[in-house]
Write a new protein. Structure first.
Length: 167
């Protein structure tokens, strides 16, 4: 297997997918290798965006619908990017920063979403986007290992659908 720095985008995604298919506990060497693969993917996907490079987990551009529930109000939005720890969305309405919301992903024939994940999140930031509404950053809160695994599988599936980035 080539060094992580020498791996193509496709090889990195395949390696990450292999880690997700393992059913046995990870040992230290595998955890280090997985971390190196994720950092390399972060670097490729962030394309020089320093804020994106600082993330702890891979975020992948998404093409999914999402519903945000704020109390009794439902807001429809679209996913801009998605990761194990949170989701970036675009919406016509924006709850205030710090608000706790329920997030439900709406599948578009994505097999990892047989039962769409629904999780609580806190609104981390809101940015007005000209006439298009708002971009929001939502950080998942109180999610368990099952939710994290499901989100990692979804990230891998979305990564597989991406064309390799051009440098």
């Amino acid at each position: 297997m080539p060094a992580v720095e020498q791996m193509s985008f496709e090889e990195l995604v395949h390696t990450l997918a292999m880690f997700e298919q393992e059913h046995e506990p990870s040992d230290v060497d595998r955890a280090i290798h997985r971390g190196a693969v994720e950092r390399r993917l972060l670097g490729i996907l962030s394309a020089g965006n320093r804020a994106a490079e600082q993330r702890e987990a891979v975020r992948v551009p998404g093409d999914l619908g999402v519903r945000i529930y704020v109390g009794d109000e439902q807001i429809k939005a679209v996913v801009r990017d998605l990761g194990e720890g949170g989701v970036g969305i675009r919406s016509l309405l924006a709850p205030p920063v710090g608000a706790t919301v329920d997030v439900e992903l709406i599948p578009k024939k994505v097999s990892a979403l047989n039962h769409p994940p629904r999780a609580q999140a806190v609104v981390a930031w809101v940015r007005a986007v000209s006439d298009h509404g708002y971009d929001l950053g939502l950080a998942f809160i109180g999610h368990d290992d099952s939710h994290r695994r499901r989100m990692r599988r979804l990230v891998v599936e979305l990564l597989r659908r991406l064309p390799p980035p051009i440098h």
